[in-house]
Design a protein around this ligand. Structure first.
Ligand code: DPN
Ligand code: ZN
Ligand code: CA
Length: 429
């Protein structure tokens, strides 16, 4: 076998431009919330458990397990494209930290915020209280990034420190926001204990909460796939400071020290006469202290509520395609053109590039998108990837390019032996 690395012979095959603009959709298209993979949420809980185990058995304020928990969550968010900030405060003589994560985009004057506390009590690892809420909103935040969700509202997530010392972190955050910034937060949803081992399905009651909370309550009730009960969580968790500031609040809760009634056991299963969470604030609040079904339902409900409340994603613009076949001979360059017209201004920051290539070894291919002015955007380099066809969509930040004009897909075959063809490609504005 000859090595798959030889100089590039330049054979340019230009396809005739055939463009088929499909009509722009006039109405915003409501995107469905994705399913939140339970296994991913559980994997985050395993991390919290491992962090506690490695740090004296807890993730409490002022202890190393807290900071390690924050570093873990922050790293995942940073890698997904969030803008994260760590806010410091002092409580009981120790430094505490809140983690705030903003998803770029959306209306900055209309912020939808989700949060939960990240600290445990010092008695145990706090996997249900509140690894569960922390993991649930983390996975929903990662799903937002995976889906490339660009809703009308700005999305923000918060992981609070020192909740167990009387809501210190969330209170510090709200009270230190400049008034103008505080008024931009139009809703706050709290998730504190969503995987209780003998679970109930409670939605925070809007009664006595700021105007606007009822819509949040109703959205969360509709988001859960099981019958719910309302609960008056009062000032027992991190929504309290937001409510005091007049911000509409809501939340989900699967129960703590209170005993499940027989009526509730009939409705939800589980054991009557036993606490929703027997291990509440105890050393046994480990990964064994989680009901997977409750964790799954609540994580899905968080995503469902977020997608419902965040406002439909941006309206897709027109789509253009060229479906003329262009051969990709060995060690050559093939090009196919699309002429765009009637699109005002620049191309979007998330220009969708659809590619449909038949090939016997796609690792041979280097692919660039050329803008009308000739600027090139590399979407794929060559590799040892021995798969064959390439049918995929790339996202290109083409926001500095004028949309109208002739765009080219340039496909270079840089290694001998394997060949193929461009079946077609498309640009989604
Ligand atoms: N605030 C919770 C704790 O961390 O102990 C318990 C709780 C959560 C109680 C939500 C009521 C509602
Ligand atoms: Zn809690
Ligand atoms: Ca080849």
């Amino acid at each position: 076998m000859s090595p798959k690395r030889t100089p590039l012979a330049v054979v340019i095959l230009l396809a005739t431009a055939v463009l088929t603009p499909t009509a722009a959709r006039a109405e915003p298209v409501a995107q469905a919330a994705p399913d939140i993979p339970l296994a991913n949420v559980q994997a985050h809980l395993e991390q919290f458990q491992a962090i506690a185990t490695a740090n004296g058995g807890n993730r409490a304020h002022g202890r190393p397990g807290y900071r390690a928990s924050l570093d873990f969550v922050k790293a995942r968010l940073d890698a997904a494209g969030y803008r994260t900030t760590v806010q410091q405060f002092t409580a009981s003589g120790a430094t505490g930290y809140n983690l705030i994560a903003d998803w770029p985009g959306g209306n900055p004057d209309d912020v939808l915020m989700l949060g939960g506390h990240l600290d445990s009590v010092s008695a145990g690892p706090g996997v249900n209280d509140n690894g569960s809420g922390s993991a649930g909103i983390l996975e929903v935040a990662l799903a937002v990034a995976r889906e490339g969700f660009q809703p009308q509202r700005h999305l923000r997530f918060g992981w609070w420190g020192a909740e167990e010392l009387n809501l210190v972190g969330s209170t510090y955050y709200v009270e230190n926001l400049p008034a103008a910034e505080r008024s931009r937060i139009k809703a706050y949803l709290n998730f504190d204990m969503i995987g209780s081992p003998n679970p109930g399905y409670f939605v925070y009651s809007a009664s006595g909460q700021p105007a606007g909370s009822l819509a949040l309550q109703e959205t969360l009730q509709a988001a859960l796939a099981v019958p719910t009960e309302l609960t008056s969580v009062g000032g027992r968790s991190d929504h309290a400071a937001f409510a005091r500031a007049g911000i509409p609040v809501g939340g989900l809760f699967t129960g703590a020290e209170v005993t499940k009634t027989s009526a509730q056991a009939q409705k939800w299963g589980g054991t009557a006469g036993v606490a929703f969470d027997r291990c509440y604030h105890r050393s046994c609040d480990t990964t064994a202290n989680i009901d997977a079904t409750a964790l799954d339902r609540n994580s899905d409900a968080i995503a469902q509520a977020l997608w419902t409340l965040a406002g439909a994603g941006a309206t897709p613009g027109p789509r253009f395609e060229n479906t003329t076949d262009v051969p990709i001979p060995d060690l050559s360059t093939a090009e196919s053109a699309i002429t765009v017209s009637g699109v005002p201004g620049n191309a979007p920051a998330a220009l969708g590039l659809g590619v449909d290539i038949t090939h016997t070894f796609r690792g041979d291919l280097v692919i660039d998108l050329l803008a009308p002015d000739g600027s090139s955007y590399r979407v794929k380099g060559s590799s040892a990837d021995g798969g064959d066809d390439l049918v995929t969509t790339y996202t290109v930040n083409a926001s500095t390019e004028v949309a109208n004009g002739t765009w080219r897909l340039r496909v270079q075959d840089v290694a001998r032996q394997d060949v193929g063809r461009i079946n077609g490609w498309s640009l989604q504005f």
